[in-house]
Design a binder for this molecule. Structure first.
Ligand SMILES: Cc1cc2nc3c(=O)[nH]c(=O)nc-3n(C[C@H](O)[C@H](O)[C@H](O)COP(=O)(O)O)c2cc1C
Length: 185
């Protein structure tokens, strides 16, 4: 049985190191896993409960986000940190799925990567907190902080650090195993 993992990067930069980590994940997944990368973060409207309440019709972009999350057996986030928090665009996307609950009981991995030595640890902690309040399932081992990320990839975004590559591989295997155990319930 094949599993679907959806990657969501918190960065909109064309040369984002976080997006590069997720591109690497697409190459590192076990053979029975389909990996896709969500690309609609900057197309979502600003969240307002009034746009999401009874009788409201969700924008196509919101419906698309929800649909991609529904078909995903597991989700992996990789985010930068801006001013000690997660990027507003990422929080905006998460706000759209609080009520629709696509992440409820879903295995999720959380990565933060930063050129700084702190690795975006504050954004990481706040993202984990938000995802847990949405009842996502996050194993401690599927939480990865990547400090000094620019020393761990080349200019084209390929990972040059073997330890980082192995950490990603291990996370992807654990997510697939988790997804398999959820689907058997
Ligand atoms: C406005 C702004 C605020 C930032 N604040 C932080 C921060 O609080 N912590 C941090 O580790 N990096 C911070 N950075 C640096 C980002 O980590 C860096 O731009 C990183 O490469 C973004 O990730 P990306 O390569 O995936 O786009 C900030 C960058 C900008 C432009």
């Amino acid at each position: 049985m094949a599993f679907n993992i959806l990657g969501i990067s918190g960065s909109l930069r064309s040369t984002s190191s976080n997006t590069s980590l997720l591109h690497a994940c697409a190459e590192l997944v076990p053979s029975d896993v389909n990996f896709s990368l969500y690309a609609g973060l900057d197309k979502l409207p600003y969240f307002s409960p009034e746009l999401d309440g009874e009788g409201a019709v969700a924008a196509d972009t919101v419906a698309d986000l929800r649909q991609q999350l529904q078909v995903a057996d597991a989700v992996i986030f990789s985010t930068p940190e801006y001013a000690f928090g997660m990027p507003g665009v990422l929080k905006n996307a998460l706000d759209w799925i609080v009520s629709s609950a696509e992440l409820m009981n879903k295995p999720v991995a959380v990565i933060s990567a930063s050129p700084l030595a702190t690795g975006g640890e504050k954004a990481h902690a706040s993202l984990v907190q938000t995802l847990r309040v949405m009842s996502a399932v996050i194993d401690e081992k599927n939480m990865l902080i990547v400090p000094l990320v620019r020393t761990k990839m080349d200019a084209a975004g390929n990972i040059t650090d073997l330890q980082l590559e192995n950490s990603l591989k291990e996370i992807l295997v654990r997510l697939a195993v988790r997804a398999a155990s959820v689907s058997q319930r």
